[in-house]
Design a protein around this ligand. Structure first.
Ligand code: SAH
Length: 345
């Protein structure tokens, strides 16, 4: 059964029109769902019995149920949710000084095949609907409501490639951004892609000012094609062209994610190549400590080596940050918890 969360603000209005109701009923529904955050149709006190009956017969509310919930020493919470068809997806809540950031999955499994990533251990079986993504945020927000806290940031960096599920991801972003609902600011939303250039070009024209992050992880084609098969289809010159296009249209600063893998992409020469590759762009590099995945055999670099790489980039004029590690003790690397769970089944 379709979930009401699959409908954007505008679509809820159209839905109400289509069943012979006034459009503004859709706006009321939206506020019940995302501002008052009710868990049953019956709690929607100013909605008529006729509409409620229609809702009961035709749509549902949350399409997800909690399977497991793990809390790390640093407070990071990892949720494993089951969809209606039994498919499992992961969501991670991280606590920062600036707020609470939720990492949302966009697909069941992933087909991009990055060699270091746990998500790709399980191939994509399907896309998540926008409602299934909204439900991840709403579930955690309802939990935080008890402490008067809120999900302030959302990153689409869980399992899946968001631009391989473009329309659902965009509807999801529009829904959680809408000021009549959860109102998570566009600048607090980030989509991360492994580099699907058509998606990047399309994204440049979206009227919503969401941040874009690119999983780069290597500064030359030879290495990047080894680590990330997508690079064979969309090599670095095509990716950089798309990024320049995106920046010229959107005027927004972009983030490059770069996991430091010991002895693989962490030399001084790699740092210089990286600086040359993105010189002149309004971009910064986020250096990510690798979260080791048993099956893959890559190792993370030590703090000293990470700082050295950081310094090299800095000297070459690149703005960069070293990301803090979160929840390493609870399988928080994308797809790890789910992969473990599926093996047990
Ligand atoms: N498919 C999208 C979004 C999901 S991955 C993308 O590729 O961007 C989100 C980020 O986590 C990516 O930068 C990815 O490369 C990184 N990542 C994957 N496995 C990781 C691991 N084991 N340790 C640290 N980062 C990882």
């Amino acid at each position: 059964m379709k979930t009401l969360y699959d409908y954007t603000y505008d679509q809820l209005g159209e839905l109400m029109l289509s069943i012979g109701e006034k459009k503004y009923r859709g706006q009321q529904l939206f506020e019940w769902l995302y501002r008052k955050r009710v868990t049953t149709f019956d709690d929607m006190s100013d909605i008529s019995l006729k509409i409620k009956t229609w809702l009961h017969e035709n749509v549902q509310l949350s399409p997800i149920t909690l399977k497991t919930r793990q809390v790390a020493a640093d407070g990071t919470v990892k949720y494993l949710f089951a969809m209606e068809d039994g498919a499992l997806c992961e969501t991670v809540l991280m606590h920062y000084s600036y707020g609470k950031s939720l990492c949302v999955s966009s697909q069941i499994g992933c087909n991009m095949g990055c060699t270091f990533c746990a998500s790709g251990l399980l191939k994509k079986t399907r896309n998540l609907s926008s409602g299934e993504m909204v439900a991840q945020v709403l579930y955690v927000q309802q939990e935080l409501d008890k402490e008067q806290e809120r999900v302030s940031h959302v990153v689409v960096m869980g399992t899946g490639e968001p631009f391989d599920n473009y329309d659902n991801v965009l509807n999801f972003l529009y829904t959680i951004n809408h000021d009549r609902g959860l109102a998570i600011g566009a600048r607090h939303l980030t989509v991360s892609t492994c580099g699907l250039v058509d998606g990047i070009r399309k994204f440049a024209h979206e009227p919503i000012q969401v941040n874009l992050a690119i999983s780069l992880h290597a500064p030359n084609d030879e290495l990047r094609s080894k680590l990330m098969p997508i690079n064979q289809a969309h090599p670095l010159d095509k990716l950089m062209e798309a990024m320049n296009y995106y920046m010229s249209k959107s005027n927004r600063r972009i983030t490059y994610e770069y996991i430091l893998l010991q002895g693989v992409n962490d030399s001084d020469a790699h740092a210089r190549q990286l600086a040359d590759l993105i010189r002149g762009q309004n971009a910064y590099v986020n250096l990510i400590p690798y979260n080791p995945v048993d099956e893959h055999g890559f190792r993370k670099v030590g703090v000293k080596e990470a700082l050295r790489f950081y310094d090299q980039l800095h000297k070459a004029g690149v703005k960069c940050t070293l990301r803090q590690e979160h929840g390493a003790d609870i399988d928080a690397a994308c797809g790890q918890l789910r992969a473990k769970h599926e093996r047990k089944r």
